[in-house]
Ligand binder design. Structure first.
Ligand code: FAD
Ligand code: DHB
Length: 406
């Protein structure tokens, strides 16, 4: 058994855990990161692609902006497609010049892992049997079995539970001390990566009577497309020809818009869920990211929420060590949850507006179409979408902030 002493034990090397480690290190705070998967696995898992303005600004401030600025694509608008026509939402014009950046989550992960490794601070991949102990004391511990097979213990001041929805951190909070709010959706997303030229300069969110479709991108030669599928669907049920048929049907417009097919290099199915754990703190354990909350992907919020959480948490931990002021730690759960619930609503609303629900009738269909039409005609409605989509400012919950971007 080896024992390592550190200030913060970080469980999980996703965007939340890795970024937290980098932000803490910049404040001179030591941490140990443990991760159940291998470095190769975390650097190869294809997930999110949309970074909010806030996220981009924070990554740049943290010294992680080089490749992001070079290789990321800044988008100033998105398209809503319904009733065989397309309308643009001018994100930048509606939000005082803010934008989003398309840069794949696994590229963010590669940049973060590289920064962590450069720092010389410990990061252990391939660990197993992780247990959090003594969370209600000032000396919590994290026990695990290292990839090499030996038992290891981290003795620390704080534990950051950044281990995603299926991790052990959330369930280490006794059931009596947490309330879980959850909603399942009667569909999933089928995602493909395609070697093809850009189908569109900006993302297209499409509502069709056969279901939702989304055109996104990873680079000028690699495209990311999604379409709504059955919750229990399998990748095998979707040979390439069927995928293309469905995408052409759902994306077709009256003005003849089309896209080039290409070699599909990856197919995957994502389940859809909304979930919030209240609270995000138990004693010396602080949850961040998907460990505490899940949004359906339609609003592109999951990764950005993880970043917002660790920005708050790193500042609160830094204040604890710098001045002994624990007000930030005491406020953490409430402050993080205010943004979480805003994003939960936005993601649920986007999902409800754009997907086909089993058994939906013509009344429901007309409500969806009317809402989409309203968004494209009313500046007020479009602004509400735009300010949520690019990300509300960090201070939007402060009493003296006016809340929005204008
Ligand atoms: P995770 O990324 O889940 O990382 C948790 C890590 O902890 C994992 O590496 C896991 O292996 C590790 N772990 C688990 N258990 C343990 C344990 N016991 N001990 C140690 N480590 C453990 N979000 C957006 O913002 N924009 C998008 O466009 C977007 N699109 C998405 C598209 C798809 C297809 C999917 C699936 C998600 C998308 N998301 C998007 C959501 C986003 O990917 C997640 O919200 C984000 O990864 C959350 O980061 P995290 O660090 O909290 O959790
Ligand atoms: C992507 C994912 C999303 O969830 C979304 O809303 C937009 C784009 C993407 O992976 O590119």
């Amino acid at each position: 058994m080896t024992t390592t002493r550190t200030q913060v034990a970080i469980v999980g090397a996703g965007p939340a855990g890795l970024l937290l480690s980098v932000l803490l290190q910049r404040e001179g705070i030591d941490s140990v990161v443990i991760e159940t998967r291998t470095r190769d696995e975390i650097e190869a898992t294809v997930r999110a692609g949309v970074l909010e303005q806030n996220t981009v600004d924070l990554l740049k401030e943290a010294g992680l902006g080089d490749r992001l600025v070079r290789e990321g694509a800044v988008h100033h608008g998105i398209h809503l497609r319904f009733d065989r026509r397309t309308r643009r939402i001018d994100l930048s014009a509606l939000t005082g010049g803010r934008s989003i950046t398309l840069y794949a989550q696994h590229e963010v992960i590669k940049d973060l892992v590289a920064a962590r490794v450069r720092s010389g601070q410990p990061i252990a991949f391939g660990v197993r049997d992780v247990h959090l102990r003594d969370l209600e004391t000032e000396a919590p511990t994290v026990r695990y079995r290292a990839a090499e097979g030996n038992e290891a213990t981290i003795a620390c001041d704080f534990v950051a539970g950044c281990d995603g929805y299926h991790g052990v951190s959330r369930t280490s909070i006794p059931a009596r001390s947490r309330v879980e709010h959850s909603r399942a959706y009667p569909f999933g997303w089928f995602g493909i990566l395609v070697e093809a030229p850009l189908a569109s300069e900006e993302l297209i969110y499409a509502r069709h009577d056969r279901g939702f479709a989304l055109v996104s991108t990873r680079s000028p030669s690699l495209q990311r497309l999604y379409f709504q599928c059955e919750p229990g669907d399998s990748v095998e049920a979707w040979p390439d020809a069927r995928v293309w048929d469905e995408l052409h049907t759902r994306l077709e417009t009256d003005d003849g818009w089309t896209f080039r097919e290409g070699r599909i290099t990856q197919k995957n199915i994502v389940a859809m869920r909304s979930f919030v754990c209240e609270t995000m703190r138990h004693g010396r354990l602080f949850l961040a990211g998907d460990a505490a909350h899940i949004v359906p992907p339609t609003g592109a919020k999951g990764l950005n929420l993880a970043v917002a959480d660790v920005r708050l948490l790193s500042a609160a931990i830094a204040a604890h060590y710098a001045t002994g002021d624990d007000a930030g730690l005491d406020r953490y759960a409430a402050e993080a949850l205010a943004r979480v619930w805003r994003c939960e609503h936005f993601s649920w609303w986007m999902t409800s507006m754009l997907h086909r629900f089993p058994g939906e009738d013509s009344f429901h269909r007309h409500l969806q179409l009317s809402q989409l039409d309203y968004l494209t005609r009313s500046k007020a409605a479009a602004t509400a979408l735009a300010e949520n989509y690019v990300g509300l400012p960090w201070d939007w919950t402060n009493d003296n902030s006016r809340g929005g971007l204008q």
